[in-house]
Design a protein around this ligand. Structure first.
Ligand SMILES: [Zn+2]
Length: 193
């Protein structure tokens, strides 16, 4: 089911999400709702708090990246897999470790901040331990845009959004857009109480 995306100004985006303890039908449904909503909104990744569920789950589909020329470098459980087999990736209770030698600055957006983009520093590579929706443990190692996406989605589970990582100069550039969005969200919440 396609769900409504929560927007900047909603408390759930600032809340630390809860560990998943039950690997049941509800979790599988949350996983498929995440994927469906991500596809409907044309996103590369989506975290559960962005569809109103404060749980440690996110989805990514690297096949939806704009630049398909740049190869997507990753391994799951030590194996390099074709994207069509690995995606969509649904990560439950992820633990992300930054393993990049470098930090890369690149433009980032977020479905909870429509139309707002900013340059964000991220580690070039990460290692992530996670479980799939059936509770099986896995380990992902990835770099580049995939690693950026993992860090962005994982931050959502800790109540951190990309704007929280900006230098004040970058934040200043998008300040008026942020105010406008926060006002819109406030009005939406008032009307939909
Ligand atoms: Zn986001």
């Amino acid at each position: 089911m396609v769900r409504r995306i929560t927007k900047y100004g909603e408390q759930i985006l600032k809340t630390k999400a809860a560990e998943v303890t039950k690997f049941d039908e509800n979790l599988r449904e949350l996983g498929s709702d995440l994927v469906e909503t991500m596809y409907a909104e044309n996103g590369l990744g989506l975290a559960a708090p962005q569809i109103g569920e404060s749980k440690r789950v996110f989805a990514i589909d690297m096949r939806r990246r704009v630049d398909t020329e740049t190869p997507c470098v990753f391994a799951i459980d030590g194996k390099e897999l074709p994207l069509d087999i690995a995606m969509p990736l649904i990560a439950v209770n992820p633990e992300v470790e930054e393993i990049g030698e470098y930090v890369i600055v690149s433009e980032e957006g977020c479905l909870s901040f429509p139309g707002i983009y900013a340059e964000v520093e991220r580690s070039e590579a990460v290692k992530m331990k996670y479980k799939d929706v059936d509770g099986n443990p896995h380990e992902l190692v990835c770099e580049g845009l995939f690693a950026r996406c993992v860090q962005h989605e994982n931050d959502h589970l800790d109540g951190v959004c990309f704007i929280d990582l900006l230098r004040s100069k970058e934040l200043f550039k998008i300040d008026s857009k942020l105010r406008k969005l926060r006002k819109q969200t406030r009005e939406f919440l008032k009307e939909n109480k």
